[in-house]
Design a protein around this ligand. Structure first.
Ligand code: IPE
Ligand code: MG
Length: 225
């Protein structure tokens, strides 16, 4: 059986999940955060130990002030619980994204979780928060210029060392929820060879069946290629 090493999720549809239930969008964001450890658990059962979850893009700051505040509050409220769950499961949290614009108390929740879980070895949860793939690539170029690297030394493996996600392996399988067929500025470099699976379900409803189907499709396509 060919098992993907690294599955990345574009966690979309929290707002629509809430609307469909007559709830406020903020309830959808809470349900979305609470689904992350469930999905992680399922992936680990399938022997996939590296998971990336895209929960907030650099573009998302443009949402209404109340939605931004509600999401930040949800992270402050539910982030420490998520961190405890990861720690109990021996999973390490890493953050891909910029620290710029993140409220200091939210950043503390993230950094505390990173610190607490840094020696864990069972798996990795890479949280893409305040992340934008194009900005990540531009940042990498800036750092390379600052380091005064000779053009002949800039190979593909060398360039990757400057991305937020280094040293994670490339994404093997990209699962997108919310029935949208777009990349949303997500891991454009890392997903260069990824198989894509789009679910019509909203992120808080993504479960074992969806992940099974996505891995099955991945295996089918690997057998064919
Ligand atoms: C995705 O859910 C999570 C975030 C970007 C915070 P959305 O908030 O985009 O939900 P929909 O797509 O509007 O339903
Ligand atoms: Mg959306």
């Amino acid at each position: 059986m060919i098992i993907p090493k690294h599955i990345a999720f574009i966690c979309d549809g929290n707002g629509r999940w809430a609307n469909a239930r007559g709830l406020d969008r903020s309830q959808g964001h809470i349900a979305g955060i609470l689904n992350i450890p469930k999905v992680l658990e399922i992936c680990i059962k399938y022997n996939v130990n590296i998971i990336s979850c895209y929960i907030w893009s650099t573009e998302n700051w443009g949402r209404s002030k109340s939605e931004v505040t509600n999401l930040m509050n949800a992270i402050k409220t539910y982030g420490p619980g998520l961190a405890d769950t990861l720690h109990k499961r021996n999973v390490r949290l890493i953050h891909s994204g910029s620290s710029e614009n993140i409220p200091i108390d939210v950043l503390k929740v993230i950094n505390d979780a990173i610190e607490m879980t840094k020696s864990n070895t069972q798996g990795i949860l890479n949280l893409l928060f305040n992340y934008g793939s194009r900005a990540e690539i531009v940042e990498a170029v800036k750092k390379i210029c600052k380091d005064k690297i000779e053009p002949r030394d800039i190979t593909l493996p060398f360039f990757e060392k400057y991305l937020y996600t280094y040293p994670l392996p490339k994404v093997d399988l990209l699962i997108r929820s919310g029935q949208e067929y777009r990349f949303s500025n997500f891991m454009l470099w890392q997903c260069a060879f990824a198989e894509i699976f789009v679910s019509n379900k909203y992120w808080p409803d993504i479960d074992k069946g969806d992940i099974y189907k996505a891995i099955f499709n991945y295996q089918e396509s690997k057998v064919k290629s």
